[in-house]
Design a protein around this ligand. Structure first.
Ligand SMILES: [Zn+2]
Length: 147
């Protein structure tokens, strides 16, 4: 087991959206973890382990924070999911400096309005590309809508 040190199970909600056009995104929608204080982190699918089937998701808010300011020695928070349960500890810990969780209430109230932007933001984590300038632009937009 990966989480033998604590019995707490951290679960995520998934944002299923019909507007997702990418086949990959419809299989791996945005995962959201709700903190106890009414804020949330959202995580975008990054990759699936071929070895054991674990899914890796990157924190969208960390990506935005990193775009804003590079901090040496810091990395974006990644959660490991297995059967929809987070298996690498508390998802609230170990975020990038400046990573700001979003307000959960806002997520529901502005969900519709944000769907289009969310598509864009969800693409940020799979930054395998060289389109860094474009991503920086997107990050700015994401921050404006509070993602
Ligand atoms: Zn984060």
């Amino acid at each position: 087991m990966w989480n033998d040190e604590e019995a707490v199970q951290y679960r995520v909600d998934f944002h299923l959206s019909k507007s997702f056009k990418s086949a990959q995104r419809s299989v791996h929608p945005i995962a959201q973890f709700n903190n106890t204080n009414g804020t949330s982190f959202t995580f975008a699918f990054a990759l699936e382990s071929k070895k054991d089937g674990k899914l890796y998701y990157n924190c969208n808010q960390c990506v935005a924070a990193k775009q804003k300011e590079l901090v040496d020695g810091s990395s974006i928070k990644t959660i490991h999911l297995y059967n929809n349960i987070i298996v690498n500890g508390n998802p609230s810990d170990g975020h990038y400096p400046g990573c700001q969780p979003i307000r959960s209430a806002q997520v529901h109230a502005e969900k519709k309005k944000r769907q289009a932007s969310q598509l864009v933001c969800s693409g940020l984590s799979s930054v395998a590309s060289a389109r860094l300038n474009l991503h920086a632009e997107m990050t700015r937009e994401c921050e404006e809508v509070g993602i």
